[in-house]
Ligand binder design. Structure first.
Ligand code: ADP
Ligand code: MG
Length: 285
């Protein structure tokens, strides 16, 4: 079994881009992993221009877990699409790590996204003609990140990490919805990206399966990933350290993690505390 090294794709410089905890920073972004500045998005529609985002400023530090909530149509998916470069803002800048993604041409954008971001969708979007393992190998093949001989083993590791290695050679249609979403998360992790972006990842799952997927996200944040998750599930969002509420294309509310300086608490421990894993927390303090 090979050992898994964090940052093994050579992009360790992005994760840990700064030492700020979630309460750390003054919001001005010098060290933020994700920095959205004045993002405005106007869609041209038959009825005329429609402003979906009205100048969003948002900074996210490495290692944060951020939930984005808001009614249907409030701009959540549009915001994520700006961040991933799937779509472009009409105005404003998206800077991830040291890369201003609006400056990348289409080819470099695809490669950049393939290495820096794992994306998880509500309806999984697995390719039906590929097995789960092949679905997970696909981003490795597309970005040529690992030796071809290593890719299957790495895919199996990712499937094991999400608890479905036993179904590696099944096709998506023959496994449950929950396991399809786990496979999609394994695929998102294929190239070991520092950032995971998820648009309603539990929206098509029953509550027990949603809980398992959510637990997996917490584990990944504990391992150093930065996660932005859009969700309709207020209960889940309430258990994420930082929550942004969008309404009509604006951030209208934001909750930050409680100040726990009195414990000398680190970000990782804060997540344990939020998830009420007090036993592990006690060992860490
Ligand atoms: P959410 O994900 O919060 O449900 P979206 O970001 O998908 O919201 O959409 C925000 C608003 O922008 C909605 O009113 C939606 O109808 C509109 N919108 C989204 N995509 C397009 C598009 N390609 N063309 C025109 N309007 C769009
Ligand atoms: Mg949406």
């Amino acid at each position: 079994m090979f050992s898994w090294r964090k940052g093994s794709n050579g992009h360790g410089s992005l994760s840990g881009a700064n030492g700020h905890g979630p309460n750390g920073g003054d919001g001005a972004a010098a060290g933020s992993l994700i920095d959205l500045r004045g993002i405005r998005k106007v869609y041209q529609t038959d009825a005329g221009p429609f402003v979906a985002l009205h100048g969003i400023d948002l900074q996210v530090d490495a290692g944060e877990f951020v939930a984005v909530v808001g009614k249907s149509g409030s701009g959540k998916s549009t915001l994520l699409n700006m961040l991933t470069g799937i779509d472009h803002p009409s105005e404003g800048q998206v800077i991830v790590g040291r890369t201003e993604i609006g400056r990348l041409d289409q080819g470099r954008m695809a490669e950049w996204r393939g290495r820096q971001m794992g994306i998880v969708f509500q309806f999984f979007q697995l390719l039906p003609t590929l097995t789960l393992a092949e679905n997970v190998m696909l981003p490795m093949d597309l970005c040529q990140v690992y030796d071809p001989g290593e890719r299957r083993e790495r895919a199996l590791y990712r499937l094991e990490q999400v608890g479905i290695a036993g179904e590696a050679d099944e096709f998506p249609a023959s496994v449950s919805a929950g396991h399809q979403q786990r496979a999609a998360i394994a695929r998102a992790l294929a190239n070991d990206p520092p950032i995971l972006v998820a648009d309603e990842p539990t929206g098509n799952l029953d509550s027990r399966t949603a809980e398992a997927v959510f637990g997996l996200f917490h584990t990944l944040v504990g391992e150093g990933k930065t996660i932005l998750m859009v969700t309709h599930d207020a209960e889940l969002a309430g258990r994420v350290p930082r929550t942004l509420t969008l309404a009509d294309g604006r951030i209208v509310h934001e909750t930050r993690p409680p100040q726990l300086d009195y414990l000398g608490i680190q970000e990782e421990s804060l997540i344990l505390a939020v998830s009420q894993d007090y036993e592990t927390l006690r060992e860490k303090l």
